[in-house]
Design a protein around this ligand. Sequence first.
Ligand SMILES: [Zn+2]
Ligand SMILES: [Zn+2]
Ligand SMILES: [Zn+2]
Length: 118
Amino acid sequence: MRHSRGHKRKKRSDRRSDIVRDVVYICDRCDYRTTYKGYFKEHTRIHTGERPFSCDSCDYRARWEGNLKRHKRAHQGRKTLLCDRCGYKASEASYMTKHKRVHDRVTPAGLTSGPSGV
Ligand SMILES: [Zn+2]
Ligand SMILES: [Zn+2]
Ligand SMILES: [Zn+2]
């Protein structure tokens, strides 16, 4: 069954130029290979450990954009955020980020009595 299509319009035919068909990018560190340069660049992150996608609500960093998206969805779904160091609750991730700075700023005065007796 063959339909002869006389005039079919190819609107997006020129997008093909993104894909370089003849060039195969082969990873020199593993067996990965692809013809698409963009995929290859993403792949090399596996070996470099690069995590270019960072969450703007917390210090989470993702290697893949999809992972970050999933992570961000978790921020939205969870209304109440809990500080893992003191139990502080925040409704927004930005509040939590601000709050967590408290833990970075350790105040020695009052907490430790210093060298006693002197
Ligand atoms: Zn590789
Ligand atoms: Zn986050
Ligand atoms: Zn806290």
